[in-house]
Write a protein that binds this ligand. Structure first.
Ligand code: HGY
Ligand code: MN
Ligand code: MN
Ligand code: MN
Length: 413
């Protein structure tokens, strides 16, 4: 709509996304680029070169986040930050997170090409490992940036025995200095993130842009169910301690708890489950699974988990199972500041048809909200699909998102 100085180049955005999509682990489905892998490094090296090519200063911070910076005319002002992530889930798509990082790169290019100098410095950030990692933690880089990574988290090991501390070091970070170099309140003027909606609302309401009103909190737990391995043929049903039937009852219990009609919607998922010894003729002796519950109402998540723990001890009792439930991570639900929403809504409305909506997905913005005002813009996901190869957003829609982001940036500056 109308002439806008920083209008992005849709073809260049398409080329960037398709280039990033080549840095993937082709032994896995979809577009898989897990953190701390060679493909992740290749993608980051390419991104670093793009940042340098448009005159940005580039650094890797203590938490291993990749940061490109363009100085503003008033360097005493704290920077405005635009970011997201380039890691994917296994079997993921080409757009989740990637759109937000490349939007920042395209805006940096347009600032340079038009000779536009902002008052605030602009930082474009690729946050390390936003997706749930092999260390059982998500938003690793943005947690590190706001000093929300505990020693216990840094000492966690993946399946190969590598600690998160070591992984961050290998990715160019300096884990011993995460605390002293973290950003505090006042160090970032505003954090903005463009992201695919990963849901059906924009498409179903025929809108091109979404102004995010709030982001759910996510609480993740690991559950270990221990019973007794035994012969599947000779052990009568009444004498079994079957870890898998116990775990199955727990999975269905979570589902029915989250289906109850609460004032704020809640979702609960078990997406990862491991059976031992996983043999057709052996009664499972041990099951490990991870669960997550999400809602804008963090208190409600605590209440649901209290009821879940109570049911778990009843099931453990009735089936002679030992059940352990450990918290892996918690991110707090956030509401986006009304003024930030208003400014973003004006920028979006000047660009395309817009609607307000909450985010059912978690984002790096959840962490940045601890030290700065945050704002998010969504672009549509075809059929509402994400975290799968079918994930798709039209490049024209992405360009509208980048334009709305650039308009928001100028309004806030
Ligand atoms: O899981 C999420 O909500 C985000 O896509 N990482
Ligand atoms: Mn994701
Ligand atoms: Mn994401
Ligand atoms: Mn994110």
């Amino acid at each position: 709509m109308g002439d806008f100085s920083l209008k992005p180049d849709p073809k260049r955005i398409e080329r960037d996304i398709e280039t990033m999509a080549t840095f993937v682990d082709r032994s896995k489905p979809g577009w898989t680029r897990r953190p701390f892998t060679p493909w992740y490094e290749q993608g980051r090296n390419w991104l670093r070169r793009q940042m340098l090519a448009c005159g940005m200063e580039v650094e890797i911070d203590a938490a291993s986040n990749l940061i490109g910076r363009i100085k503003g005319s008033e360097p005493h002002l704290p920077p405005i930050m635009i970011g997201s992530h380039t890691d994917t889930v296994t079997g993921g798509g080409r757009f989740d997170g990637i759109v937000g990082v490349l939007a920042g790169l395209e805006i940096a290019r347009r600032l340079k090409e038009t000779g536009t100098v902002l008052r605030h410095s602009l930082e474009v950030v690729d946050f390390t490992a936003e997706e749930p990692s092999e260390f059982g933690i998500s938003t690793i880089g943005s947690r590190g940036m706001v000093n929300n990574l505990t020693e216990e988290m840094l000492n966690r090991r993946d399946m190969t025995g590598l600690t998160l501390r070591e992984a961050i070091k290998r990715a160019g970070g300096d884990p011993e200095r995460i605390g002293e170099r973290s950003r505090k309140k006042g160090d970032v003027a505003l954090y903005l993130e463009l992201h695919i909606e990963q849901g059906p609302v924009l498409e179903q309401t025929d809108n091109k842009l979404g102004v995010v009103t709030g982001i759910v909190g996510i609480h993740r737990y690991r559950v270990v169910v221990e019973g007794k391995e035994n012969h599947a043929g000779t052990t009568p049903m009444a004498l079994r301690s079957d870890a898998l039937t116990g775990a199955s009852r727990l999975v269905l219990e979570l589902e029915s708890l989250c289906r109850e009609p609460f004032a704020e919607p809640v979702v609960g998922t078990v997406g990862k489950l491991h059976v031992e010894p996983n043999a057709a003729n052996v009664i499972p002796g041990r099951v490990v699974f991870e669960l997550e519950v999400r809602s804008l109402d963090t208190e409600l998540l605590e209440q649901i988990m209290l009821r879940f723990r109570k049911r778990a001890s009843e099931i453990g009792e009735s089936q002679t199972l030992n059940i352990r439930i450990d918290c892996l991570s918690k991110s707090e639900a956030i509401r986006v500041d009304e003024r930030v929403q208003r400014v973003i809504a004006e920028a979006c409305a000047a660009t395309a048809k817009t609607v307000f909506l909450p985010s059912g997905a978690g984002h790096d913005a959840n962490q940045l909200a601890k030290i700065a005002p945050i704002g998010m813009i969504f672009v549509p996901s075809r059929d509402g699909r994400s975290h799968c190869p079918e994930e798709w957003t039209d490049y024209g829609d992405i360009a509208l998102g980048v334009e709305a982001l650039a308009r928001s940036l100028l309004s806030f500056d």
